[in-house]
Design a protein around this ligand. Structure first.
Ligand code: GLC
Length: 600
C-alpha cells in the first residue's frame, strides 16, 4: 500500500507501526483472538489483551434487550481499554437480516428475498438501517454480507445468497456493504454511525458438492454445507471470487474464510487463496477472520492446525471457546519459529488497520444512550417495502390477485399464518430460528385482518378445518377465497441441508382441504429456497413465493390486495423436480431466473 502524507490513512499506518513497536508478543496474539461471549472470563479481556468478542447465533444477554446488549458490550470494551496500550476490542454479530439476535429489532427479508427485488438502493438502505440498529447497541462489526452463490439449493444456507447470478450477487452485496460502512456518497468508515462489514464466506461456499461435507453438528451430519468446491480455478474465479473484487477497493477490511475446501486444501489452510490471491493479487489490506472453530478442522493435531492456518493467512481466530489454548499454542509456535514474528506483525497490523479505519480508538462506545433506533418505525417501514418488492407471483389463474378486500369470506389455513418465527426463518433470535411470536412483528393473519373490510369474515384454522366458523356462524357453502400459508421449519447452515425439497403429505392435505372449502385458492410459501411444488400448483389458482419476509407481514398484504404491484423476479432457478438440482441440469426449470408475474 503506497501512502502519501495527505492520505488520511497515513496517520493510521504510523499509528500501527507505533503500536507494533510497543506491543509484546502476548499483546499481539491477544489481538488475533476472537472469543464468544459465553466463553470469556471477563477479567481475561484485560489480562490477555483480547482483540475481539462475538455473539454466535442466539448469543444474546439476559434479558435480551437492546439496553442489556449495550451494557454487555460496554463492559467488555471498558475492560479492553483498561489494557496497557488501551487498544479497543471489536464486537461482532451476524446481523444478516437486521440486528437479528436482539429481541425487538427490525427483521428484514433474508437475502434470497432481496435478490428478487433487484433493487440495489433498497438493499443499501437496509444495510444502513441495520448499521444504525447495531451501533445503538455498541456493536460495530457485522459478519455480512454473504457473497454466497448457492448452486445447489439443497444447501441450508441458500437463503443467505442473493441469487445464482454472480453479477446480481455482486451488485446487491456491494450495495448492502456500502450501507453498512457509510452513508450515500460518504463511505467514510470512521463516521460514528458505521459498522465494519465482513464479506463472506471466502471462497466458494455456495459451490460445494452434495455429499462432500464431513461436518457433524449436534448429532446431525451435514450433507453439503462445509463440503468440497469441486470447480477448476477459472470457474471458481468467474463465479465465486468475482463478487469480492468490487468490495475490496470499496473499503472491505475484514473477510471471513469458510469451512469448505478447494484444490485439496481446507480453505483456512489454503495459502494460495488466502494470501497469494486475496492479499497478494487482489491487494486486500484488511484481516481474514476464521469461521467458528474452523481451525480445529484443519488437522488432527491442534498445534499443526494453528501453524497451518496462521501461516496460510488467517489473521484473527474465531476460536471461539478455548482461547487460552489458542493463545498458548500460537505463542509456542512463534517461540519455536514455526510461525514468524513477521507473520504475527502482519496479522496484527491488518487488525489494527480495520480498528483505526473504523475510528474505534476515538469511538469505542455509541455517541448517545438511545436505543430507539432498534426496531424504529422508519426501519420497519423500509422492511415492509422490501417485503412487498420481494414477493414473486408464480401463478395467478383467472386474475385471483389482487384479492378483493371486501370479499365476504376468506379462509386461512396453515401454522405459518400466525408465526413471526416461521415468517423470519433462521438467524432470528436463535441461531436456528424458532416458531412462534419470537420478537415483535406482524404475522400474516394479523396483516390480513388489518387489510380487509369490516364486513369480511376471516376464518383461521391451522389445519384448514372450518366446520365451525368463528363467531358461531355456520359454513354457508364455500368461501370466496381460501389462503394456505406453508413454511419450511426454520434452519441455519448445514442444519438445513435437505435431500428432498418436495412438500410433505401434511402440507398437500392442508392445501386440498382449504381448496375444497373455497371457490378459489391462493398458496403462499415461506421458504429459504425454491421448493418442488409442481403438483401442488395444479391444486391452487394462485401462488406467491414470499421467501422469509421477517417481522413486517403487512408488506405481503400490501401487494395481495393491490395497494402495491407484484414486481418481484426470481433470482434463483425454480426446479420442476429434484432431478433439476444442482442448478442447470435436467432441462428447463419450472420457472427460470427473472420470472415473476406482475399485477398493475
Ligand atoms: C457460523 C457461520 C458464519 C458466522 C459465524 C459466527 O458458523 O458459518 O457465517 O458468521 O459462525 O456466528
Amino acid at each position: 500500500m503506497t501512502l502519501t502524507a495527505q492520505d488520511p490513512q497515513a496517520a493510521n499506518e504510523t499509528h500501527i507501526q507505533d503500536l507494533l513497536a510497543q506491543m509484546t508478543l502476548a499483546e499481539k496474539i491477544g489481538q488475533m483472538t476472537l472469543v464468544e461471549k459465553n466463553s470469556i472470563a471477563a477479567p481475561d479481556i484485560t489480562q490477555l489483551f483480547i482483540g475481539g468478542l462475538l455473539s454466535g447465533g442466539g448469543g444474546y444477554p439476559t434479558p435480551n434487550t437492546a439496553k442489556a446488549w449495550r451494557d454487555m458490550v460496554r463492559d467488555y470494551q471498558d475492560r479492553a481499554l483498561a489494557t496497557r496500550l488501551g487498544i479497543p476490542m471489536i464486537y461482532g454479530v451476524d446481523a444478516v437480516h437486521g440486528h437479528n439476535n436482539v429481541y425487538g429489532p427490525t427483521i428484514f427479508p433474508h437475502n434470497i428475498a432481496l435478490g428478487a427485488t433487484r433493487n440495489a438502493d433498497l438493499v443499501r438502505q437496509i444495510g444502513r438501517a441495520t448499521a444504525l440498529e447495531m451501533v445503538a447497541t455498541g456493536v460495530y462489526w457485522n459478519y455480512a454480507p454473504a457473497l454466497s452463490i448457492p448452486n445447489d439449493i439443497r444447501w441450508g444456507r441458500t437463503y443467505e445468497g442473493y441469487g445464482q447470478d454472480p453479477a446480481l450477487v455482486t451488485e446487491l452485496a456491494l450495495a448492502y456493504f456500502e450501507g453498512l460502512q457509510g452513508v450515500d456518497g460518504d463511505y467514510d468508515l470512521s463516521r460514528p454511525d458505521t459498522v465494519l462489514a465482513t464479506p463472506k464466506h471466502y471462497v466458494g461456499d455456495g459451490g460445494t458438492s452434495w455429499g462432500t461435507s464431513r461436518m457433524v453438528m449436534l448429532g446431525r451430519e451435514y450433507d453439503i454445507d462445509q463440503g468440497v468446491t469441486e470447480l477448476d480455478e477459472d470457474a471458481l474465479r468467474a463465479t465465486h471470487l468475482a463478487p469480492y473484487l468490487p468490495l475490496l477497493p470499496a473499503g472491505a477490511l475484514s473477510v471471513m474464510a469458510f469451512f469448505s475446501s478447494w484444490g485439496g486444501y481446507k480453505m483456512h489452510a489454503n495459502r494460495y487463496l488466502l494470501t497469494d490471491v486475496l492479499k497478494g493479487e487482489f491487494g486486500f489490506q484488511g484481516f481474514v477472520v476464521s469461521d467458528w472453530q474452523a481451525i480445529y478442522q484443519v488437522a488432527e493435531d491442534y498445534y499443526d492446525a494453528v501453524v497451518a492456518c496462521i501461516n496460510a493467512g488467517v489473521d484473527m481466530n474465531m476460536v471461539p471457546f478455548d482461547y487460552k489454548q489458542f493463545i498458548a499454542t500460537l505463542t509456542k509456535a512463534v517461540e519455536q519459529g514455526d510461525v514468524t514474528e513477521a507473520r504475527i506483525d502482519d496479522a496484527v497490523a491488518r487488525i489494527l488497520r480495520a480498528k483505526l479505519a473504523l475510528n474505534l480508538f476515538e469511538r469505542p462506545f455509541p455517541e448517545d444512550d438511545s436505543t430507539a433506533k432498534v426496531g424504529a418505525a422508519e426501519h420497519r417501514a423500509l422492511a415492509r417495502q422490501a417485503v412487498s418488492e420481494s414477493l414473486v407471483l408464480l401463478k395467478n389463474e383467472g386474475g385471483l390477485l389482487p384479492l378483493d378486500a371486501t370479499a365476504e369470506g376468506i379462509l386461512v389455513g396453515g401454522a405459518a399464518a400466525v408465526s413471526v418465527g416461521l415468517q423470519s426463518g433462521g438467524w432470528t433470535i436463535e441461531w436456528q430460528g424458532k416458531d412462534g411470536d419470537i420478537t415483535p412483528g406482524t404475522h400474516f393473519l394479523d396483516a390480513l385482518q388489518a387489510a380487509v373490510s369490516p364486513q369480511t369474515l376471516v376464518a383461521y384454522n391451522r389445519f384448514g378445518r372450518f366446520d365451525e366458523l368463528v363467531e358461531g356462524q355456520s359454513a354457508a357453502g364455500p368461501a370466496e377465497i381460501g389462503i394456505v400459508v406453508i413454511a419450511e421449519q426454520p434452519y441455519a447452515e448445514g442444519m438445513g441441508d435437505r435431500a428432498d425439497l418436495t412438500l410433505g403429505d401434511e402440507d398437500r392435505e392442508l392445501i386440498a382441504r382449504v381448496a375444497a372449502q373455497s371457490e378459489r385458492t391462493l398458496l403462499i410459501l415461506f421458504s429459504g429456497r425454491p421448493l418442488i411444488i409442481t403438483e401442488e400448483l395444479e391444486m391452487v389458482d394462485a401462488c406467491v413465493a414470499a421467501w422469509l419476509p421477517g417481522t413486517e407481514g403487512q408488506g405481503i398484504t400490501d401487494v395481495l390486495f393491490g395497494d402495491k404491484p407484484f414486481t418481484g423476479k426470481l433470482s434463483f432457478n425454480w426446479p420442476r423436480s429434484m432431478a433439476q438440482i444442482p442448478n442447470g441440469q435436467g432441462g428447463e426449470p419450472l420457472f427460470a431466473i427473472g420470472f415473476g408475474l406482475t399485477t398493475n
